[in-house]
Design a protein around this ligand. Sequence first.
Ligand SMILES: Cc1ncc(COP(=O)(O)O)c(C=O)c1O
Length: 381
Amino acid sequence: MNPRVANIGGSIIREVAAKRRPGSIDLGLGEPSLKPTARYLESATRWAADNGLRYTPNAGEPELREAIAAHYAYPGMSRAANVCVMNGSQEAVFVSVMTLLDPARDEMLVVEPAFPAYAKMGRLHGIDVRTVAMDAANDFAFEPARILNALTERTRLIVLCSPCNPTARVVDRATVNAIAGELERRSAPVYVLHDEIYREQTFTGDAGYFAAVYPRTIVTNSLSKSNALTGLRIGWTIVPDDLSDAVVKAHAWVTSCASTFAQRVAAEIFSEGALREHVAWYAEHRAKVVTALEESGLRFIPPQGSFYACVKLPDGTKSLEAAHSLADRHDVIVIPGIAFGDAFEGWLRLSWVSPISDVREGVARIAAFAAARKPSASAPV
Ligand SMILES: Cc1ncc(COP(=O)(O)O)c(C=O)c1O
């Protein structure tokens, strides 16, 4: 067997999420609880009945590519040719990493805490993956100096996710400008992969987008989170001209094309400009979640984006053990911070899309668990 596959770990997120029982308080998987709008699916079904479900061109239906490119209108990347339609943003990241990086030479830098798939994908391709951790004392804000200081001569790609899974931090414009400005000055090219999958769950007014200012940006995104379509598996890359043909070529050899049915659904959504149809729900729900967290007494990172909130465990508490205890003994499913890198040990990620009564109850159980684990709570008086 390929030793790279044999040596790579499975998903801690899935391992803990699998403990969910009927009636559990589920703050685990990062999956919207809303239902998708049926109209798009119905319309795609009618189209498929009339036209069949044949392969599309490798890069996707030209009208959909054009709609995606025009919707974001990133400078230098606003033509259909800059878009490749993918089977979810998971494939978008995979193909981008595979296309850009030479395993014999290049290194990718993952900004942590991070979605675990980035490093795993890099390592599956035999690429040296380095990580740079943001600072807990600064609530894991994206810090330009930390990121830039971690670059080496071999770094060809920086991968970051904003709004961030897991920290719920959003990179601001000043940070994007600072990183972009410095990268422009370097002689060797460094690309930034900005995973924008939680873009429609942004709760700050100052979000920065690398593609808006930095020409060597690769954007990955999908309809999974914005339109509650995780199972449809439809996403895309937006890349500069110098990468577009190569990305399509790699994607074509991996999956031929994205699902034709899913592309029809996406075409409906883009034609109605409906990417923000769930935005109000998230904003309202988030406000209630923040109140519940404030009342809990737990230390938490104020959520600026995504649909996660992260809480700190008492010092010395291991997050994996805590997540298993919470699942086994308190019937609450949460994801241990260690799944997102060593820097996030001692934290838990809560996905807050469940009904607010469940979120409140889950937060209360975590707070009780944490209070019982505080060193002073068990020390003899
Ligand atoms: C940060 C991040 N990127 C990418 C993905 C992959 O999403 P999809 O392939 O459904 O677009 C996820 C899924 O949870 C995610 O959280």
